[in-house]
Design a protein around this ligand. Sequence first.
Ligand code: ADP
Ligand code: MG
Length: 289
Amino acid sequence: ATPTALMVGTGRGAQLGILIKGPEVLESTRRVDTVVLDKTGTVTTGRMTLQKVYVAEGADEEQVLRLAGAVEHASEHPVARAVAAGAEGRVGRLPEVEGFENVPGRGVRARVQGRDVAVGRLFEELPTELARAREEAERGGCTAVVVGWDGEAHGVVAVADAVKETSAEAVRELRALGLTPVLLTGDNRTVAAAVADAVGIDAGQVIAEVLPEDKVEAVRRLQREGRCVAMVGDGVNDAAALATADLGLAMGTGTDAAIEAGDLTLVRGDLRVAADAIRLSRRTLATIK
Ligand code: ADP
Ligand code: MG
């Protein structure tokens, strides 16, 4: 082909804050018609903070926070950071844990102060008051995680992060390029719908409650429908989906796993640059033709 034009495209990309794996990557963007956006850390800041704590009858708020915070302290997940920081702020130093286990897309477990503690979406059954608390938190746009020990749920902790200031504009730009934006998340449907609404993604284009290993399948399903898919993500959970998509865009603010799996890196973590990347490659390819 004409490597010079592709090299120029690559150089211009660097100026815009787009790192491109290789010039050939630009060619994959030609047919892209769908952009799948991960929610946490991509559309939202991923910097969650503790909002509210609910406890079941007989449980004590400090204990719920202390045990949840201790287990989450060992995790890097945005939800975990919020719970650990919030707990530490309210109850002080957190106890040591043993046998920490991460259950991807679901939560964490460990032994703390002689109890088997679990935090996340790891309980099938909730007492009515906690089920109600979770629903209230989610309707308010919070991610609600259940805290329990020794096989029983004892509390619900609500955390929330903000939609990035630039996300709504980015979605508008992607649409203007003729692309269909889709929101993909492991988070709850209600929370996902609130975020989609805030940035202007159609309710029918929200794929929620997807386990990390199923994010790949969600991308494949769109591809089977004949769509050419770009995926934008930041998490360890997104790496496989980024590799499977026709074009993978990693947030430079995200994990190494995502950056390695992507074809492009958006250095500043600004979603508007995804639109720049697609515009740039279209222009570069037009020059070649
Ligand atoms: P996303 O796709 O939005 O980046 P994830 O797939 O990482 O989200 O997580 C999906 C859901 O699993 C979270 O919204 C949360 O309910 C639960 N979860 C995952 N990790 C944790 C954790 N460390 N603590 C509590 N809950 C967690
Ligand atoms: Mg994410």
